[in-house]
Design a protein around this ligand. Structure first.
Ligand code: FEO
Length: 396
């Protein structure tokens, strides 16, 4: 059943406790997720977004317990991605003529996904839809935050920003509001979401937030499409986004490595020792790439001022796990971070150079040409790794 977020606005989404992977296998959701849909009952009845399609029938069944579907005047599709639009085919089977408001790109995307010619109405930033009782929905295009079609919808009178993916997080909870959940869990899921999904769009995030703030409208609630509704100090998450979007760095160095016979692992540990020797304040974290969750690693990279990436040379290249995380790192276009490479080798030893080149093309500021050790590190190599860590601490 729905849950009231205000007298006239009801959450009618789905809490997905079982979800452990999202975007296929691309995003880990250790704490599940929610697909938030909202029903507004004013002079007009409006549904904002739906749910992922495995839950479409359940969603529409529950919605029918809230409202006679034929009494829904407008559907708002803030974003065409399947986790929010997946309930549309089932819903529109019942109400095929009901208008769907979305951006022009939203129409293209929805048609691309579902091949249906529904009653689309395209909207642009600043367009308003009167919903009666002196209230309106005002649309704000959020192009590339994070898809070309994304938009947010602001409800006047109740001052609710339905922000869709922005300010969201993958976090299953039966408690609807930010002040009712564990704050550390919540903020971890928020920064993980930002790091893994929004990092490449940070310049746009800053611009869009400034644009919304310049409207100078009151915001009583931010209701995203995943996770909790921000009702306690709702703009706290907006302030976080402004910090995260500005080349975010903590006093942290993250060391990522893969290893076959522990040689590159020993290098990682000795480099960490060298960093700590020179800088007692810096947080140093080590992750074995093959044994760690890649989205958690990305979150740690996001928080870091520098990263070190290590792999043994395999053939003439690097381990597939290291290549996988480097591909991910390149796509996220981190800015303002330093990096270097390391690794063991047995004969030809191209791995370090390959990682170095990959880090360079991914926009990292290289601290040096990297360090490599022949076979398993001996005492001389261990001393070199510690000295390398000393140098990294001085440069990072
Ligand atoms: Fe939650 Fe971009 O979909």
């Amino acid at each position: 059943m729905g849950k009231r977020i205000k007298a006239n606005v009801t959450w009618v989404g789905k809490v997905d406790w079982e979800l452990k992977k999202f975007h296929g296998n691309e995003y880990s959701t250790h704490r599940g997720s929610t697909y938030n849909s909202y029903l507004i009952r004013e002079g007009k009845n409006v549904l904002i977004d739906t749910v992922w399609n495995p839950f479409a029938v359940e969603f529409v069944d529950n919605l029918q317990k809230e409202i006679d579907l034929s009494k829904i005047d407008y559907v708002i599709a803030n974003h065409a991605e399947i986790d929010h639009s997946g309930g549309l085919p089932e819903l529109m089977r019942h109400i095929p003529d009901t208008p769907i408001y979305c951006t022009e790109n939203g129409i293209k995307s929805l048609k691309g996904h579902y091949h249906q010619d529904w009653n689309f109405r395209s909207v642009k930033t600043g367009d308003a839809l009167d919903i009666g009782n002196g209230k309106a929905l005002v649309f704000v295009e959020m192009r590339m935050l994070h898809w070309p079609d994304s938009m947010a919808t602001y409800m006047t009178g109740d001052n609710i920003l339905f922000s869709n993916d922005a300010f969201g997080h993958h976090y299953a909870t039966e408690r609807l509001f930010n002040d009712l959940v564990d704050q550390d869990e919540l903020m971890y899921e928020c920064i993980k979401y930002y790091a893994n999904i929004l990092t490449p769009f940070s310049p746009l995030v800053l611009k869009k937030i400034q644009e919304v703030l310049s409207l100078n409208v009151p915001i009583d609630m931010i209701a995203p499409s995943h996770g909790i509704v921000w009702r306690d100090k709702p703009t706290q998450i907006v302030e976080k986004y402004m910090v995260w979007a500005d080349n975010y760095r903590e006093n942290q160095i993250t060391i990522l490595y893969d290893t076959m016979w522990n040689g590159t692992k020993i290098m990682a540990e000795k480099i960490a020792k060298g960093i700590r020797e020179k800088n007692k304040d810096v947080t140093v974290k080590l992750y074995n790439i093959a044994k760690s969750d890649k989205n958690d690693i990305i979150t740690e990279i996001f928080k870091s001022k520098a990263i070190l990436v290590g792999s043994p040379t395999i053939g003439k290249g690097i381990s597939s796990g290291t290549a996988g995380i480097l591909e991910e790192i390149e796509g996220l276009r981190f800015k303002g971070k330093k990096a270097a490479a390391f690794g063991c080798y047995g004969w030809s030893g191209e791995g370090v150079q390959k990682i170095t080149e990959w880090l360079k093309k991914s926009g990292f500021d290289l601290m040096n040409d990297g360090i490599k050790c022949l076979w398993n590190p001996d005492q001389e190599s261990i001393d070199r790794c510690v000295a390398f860590g000393n140098d990294v601490a001085a440069q990072a």
